[in-house]
Structure formats: C-alpha cells, structure tokens
Design a protein around this ligand. Structure first.
Ligand code: ARG
Length: 257
C-alpha cells in the first residue's frame, strides 16, 4: 500500500477516535446542559419517600434536593416501580436513584453505589392476633407478602419452602400490608422503618421480634461509571451524616406517621 494512503487512513482513524471522545457526553455534562437532574424513586416508602399531593417528600427527597442544590440545577422527580429503577439508570431515563435502596452484590453489577447513609433490617409483620409464628423457621410454610424485587422478596425466596406459591408480590409494601390485613396472606417481610410506619397507622397488625436476615445498608445509585456525579452525591451524604441531619430527617418524617 502507498505510504500516503496509510498515513491518510491513520489520520482518519485518529480523527474518529477524537470525535468519539468528544461526542461522548457524560451524565454530569447532560445535567449541566439541561440545567436539571432527574431523581428516580418509588414514593411509597415512608419515612424515605412518600407522595404528598404532587410532591414527593421524605429523607431521600431531602437528600436528592441537596444533590440538585450542590449541582446548582433543578430537581426533577421520576416516581416509578421499584423494580424498574436500575434499568432506568442504565437507560439514562433517570440520573440517580434514591429509594431506600439496599446495596447488594447483584445490583452492584449494574449500578455504582454511594456511601451508605442508613442501616436497615427486614422485619416480619403478622395479624395482631396471630400467635403461631415463633421462629424464622416457622415462616417457611407461610404465604409471605413482599414488595416485588426488594430485598424482602429475596429473603422470602430463601426462607420459603415453596417460592412458587408461598410468595405474593406487590408493587408497594402498603399493598402487601393491606392484603395481610384482609387475611389473604400470612405475613409481610419488608424493611423496618416503612413497616413500622404502616403498622402504626393500621389497626390489626403487629411486627414480630424476629430478624429473618442480616442488616442492610441503604445508598444512592448512579449509572456504572458516573464517577463525577457519584462524587457529588457522596459529598452531600457525608456532610448530611456528619452534621446529624440524616438522623434528624429520619425522626422528622417518622413522626406523626
Ligand atoms: N431496601 C429494600 C431494597 O433495596 C427495599 C426498598 C424499597 N424502596 C422503595 N422506595 N419502595 O430492596
């Protein structure tokens, strides 16, 4: 091949590489350009997120607002099914997720997590007059209600002798609790604070003194590789944890439930 042609091809290749580099817009660039950041959540999870009319309020909402403020842009909320949150990140429909989401190894393969900001545990709720569940082992033959795709769902899968018929999946913990109250299922496995919030507002339910699984850590999530945005979120979380604000917010939104 002629030297000139080789040089030309090499030049073209370099140009393509350079252009691709410039064309690849980071999520942070997109946020700055659009002057808004999109927060993905599932707003049926008090005290972390709950709908109040058109707004979403709660601990995660305050963290998300602080992230938007640090970025100097407007906050837009996308309220969706919990199970869709990570794919929404991957698709770029949302820029970051904050949904009382537990860090798990499986999720870490699909998204990058911030530093943890809260420790939670799964609890078991039953009808107030149910005295039959004494140990975690007793759960294996029960019909367990869970929020679909949550860690409560994964715990139920491990505990149930009959995962095909022994687990009822709902879009929200509230719906699972309602079905428990109506006597359609035997128990609900879900995160402690949201369970407590619902049980304190619903007659006829109680939380058992059982721990069906290990402690969990909540964190915010970004699309894999969005390190600049993650650094901003981490900065906000660290500030809010060190000042005691997260704790205060959890108390604030747990009160009056
Ligand atoms: N911590 C649990 C999980 O990560 C449940 C989270 C549910 N969050 C919500 N906003 N509905 O699987």
């Amino acid at each position: 091949m002629n030297k000139k042609i080789i040089a030309l091809m090499l030049g073209l290749t370099l140009l393509c590489v350079a252009l691709a580099g410039c064309g690849k817009q980071s999520t942070l660039d997109k946020i700055e350009k659009n002057n808004k950041v999109v927060w993905g959540t599932n707003a049926y999870f008090m005290p972390f997120e709950i709908r109040e009319g058109e707004d979403v309020i709660g601990v995660d909402a305050e963290i998300a607002a602080a992230v938007a403020e640090k970025l100097g842009v407007e906050l837009v909320v996308e309220d969706m099914e919990f199970e869709s949150l990570i794919s929404a990140l991957e698709a770029g429909t949302v820029d970051f997720v904050g949904a009382g989401m537990t860090i798990t190894d499986e999720r870490k393969e699909k998204a990058d997590f911030s530093t943890g900001y809260w420790t939670a545990v799964q609890v078991v709720t039953v009808a107030a007059d149910d005295e039959s569940v004494l140990t975690v082992g007793d759960l294996s033959s029960l019909v367990i209600g869970v929020q679909s795709g949550t860690t409560g769902d994964f715990v139920a899968e491990e505990l149930s002798n009959n995962p095909d018929t022994g687990i009822m999946r709902y879009n929200t913990v509230i719906e699972a609790m309602q079905d428990l109250k109506n006597g359609n299922i035997d128990c609900v496995i879900a995160d402690d604070l949201p369970s407590q919030a619902i049980v304190s507002q619903t007659e006829g339910l109680k939380i058992l003194d059982l721990q069906p699984s290990d402690k969990e850590t909540y964190a915010f999530a970004v699309k894999k590789g969005d390190t600049e945005l993650l650094a901003v979120i981490n900065e906000v979380l660290t500030e809010m944890m060190e000042s005691g604000e997260i704790e205060e917010l959890v108390n604030k939104y747990s009160l009056g439930q």
